[in-house]
Design a protein around this ligand. Structure first.
Ligand code: COA
Length: 390
């Protein structure tokens, strides 16, 4: 339990309840593909019925073909009475390091109870295991032909974080039904597409939006709430070293409080420039941390490695990145806000200059530029206090 009660949220309790139901065998998880001769076709038929019911706008024959397609796998949540409570029909493209979600659904009776979230977390863990296993199957072009039906018996079989996952990121691609975009976003999907190896490989779906989700090797999605809780706690501890948000100041004499800024702490927070030499440092530290947390910041976290990009320094004379800015900040090289803003612009313009418009790097720079401009506008009144004196 932490000071913000993160561990006690209703969503967390709901997720724990679902995992408990799974451990108590109230439902089981089957991985079924028609390519396995041992397949229980009745189970696939029940899955097909669920998808047809929940995705009523999709042609029934289309759903039938997808569920029974030998290249597809169905991850099915099956109740004690054999009915299917939810499922994901998917196709692995491990060679291209992604998995296509053909469709997914939770039965109406089980919706809005966290089942869809649990299903996606388990799905991510499961494909990570399979992708890692696939790495060893060099002679099997699609991996799928060796796929055997399985039952996931135990949630603890998934490691707490695969630091030694595959050398490259794994993605999930899906055409999200427009009604389900909110659900996909909650599961880490985004319609800003950076990954491109899926192009030409997956089916187009009218009325849907293509979304992608990067699956992180270092996170166990079935324990994501603990993972996020740990990071938040660490952040709160770190914040204590740069500001005094945690200090509760008492008021000993109310007769001395004549205006808001007389309240202990308010003046420091409102007028940091006049009162504290460390405020510019904190502001820039905040802006760097905020940029680093942006999903499009990954190309800018560290300096470009000349071993990986040998000709980079021939074209870019003044390289810049977020870790360099952080060390400049720590060495006290930013006396005013402008040189920092110039460094961010330099970092982005370097990227525009070196990379082609169609590259993910260029797209990331565009996203980060828009994001940073918005930040500057939003915090304009604070930033103005740290400008170079005229
Ligand atoms: N819009 C916005 N948010 C949504 C949402 C929606 N349509 N559906 C679910 N969410 C959110 C929930 O609020 C919850 O958020 P929280 O974790 O912060 O509390 C989170 O997503 C998980 O919700 P959950 O209860 O686990 O989802 P679910 O069991 O209801 O399943 C679907 C979600 C989309 C799978 C289910 O509604 C469904 O089967 N729909 C019909 C089929 C469909 O549209 N499939 C997708 C196209 S392929």
């Amino acid at each position: 339990m932490n000071s913000f009660g993160l561990d006690d949220t209703p969503a967390r309790k709901r997720d724990e309840e679902i995992q408990r139901s799974f451990r108590d065998r109230k439902f089981r998880v089957f991985l079924v593909t028609s390519s396995d001769p041992e397949t229980d076709n009745m189970l696939l038929l029940r899955a097909k019925c669920l998808f047809q019911k929940q995705l009523s706008k999709m042609p029934k024959e289309y759903i039938f073909r997808q569920v029974f397609d030998s290249k597809h796998i169905n991850m099915l949540l099956v109740n004690e009475d054999g009915t299917v409570a939810g499922g994901i029909c998917y196709r692995p493209f491990f060679e291209q390091s992604f998995v296509e979600v053909v469709f997914l659904a939770v039965d109406y009776d089980f919706q809005v109870k966290g089942m869809g979230g649990f299903m996606m977390d388990l799905f991510k863990e499961n494909i990570k295991m399979d992708a890692r296993g696939y790495e060893g199957l060099a002679d099997d072009v699609l991996g799928i032909f060796r796929y055997k039906n399985r039952i996931i018996e135990d949630l603890d079989c998934f490691p707490d974080g695969m630091v030694n996952g595959m050398p490259h990121p794994l993605y999930i691609m899906a055409y999200a039904d427009n009604f389900a975009i909110g659900y996909f976003k909650k599961q880490g999907f985004s319609s800003e597409i950076r990954f491109d190896k899926w192009v030409g490989l997956i089916k187009d779906y009218e009325g849907g939006t293509i979304v992608e989700c990067r699956v992180y090797w270092e996170i166990n999605y079935l324990k994501k709430k603990e993972f996020i809780g740990k990071i938040k706690n660490k952040l709160l501890e770190d914040m204590k070293t740069v500001n005094e948000y945690h200090v509760i100041r008492g008021i000993s004499d109310y007769s001395k409080i004549r205006k808001v800024t007389d309240i202990p702490g308010v003046f420091d927070a409102e007028y940091p420039a006049q009162n504290s030499t460390g405020s510019l440092y904190r502001l820039i530290l905040y802006l760097i941390s905020d940029l680093r947390g942006n999903a499009s910041a990954w190309p800018f976290l560290k300096p470009v490695d000349p071993l990986e990009v040998p000709d980079y320094h021939r074209y870019i004379v003044k390289p810049m990145d977020l870790s360099t800015m952080l060390s400049k900040l720590e060495k006290g090289e930013y006396k005013f806000i402008e040189p920092f803003v110039e460094d961010v612009k330099l970092m982005l313009s370097n990227c525009f200059e070196y990379n082609g418009k169609d590259t993910p790097y260029y797209k990331c720079a565009q996203i980060l530029q828009g994001y940073f401009d918005d930040k500057l506008k939003f915090y304009g009144h604070v930033i103005a206090r740290f400008s170079t004196p005229q």
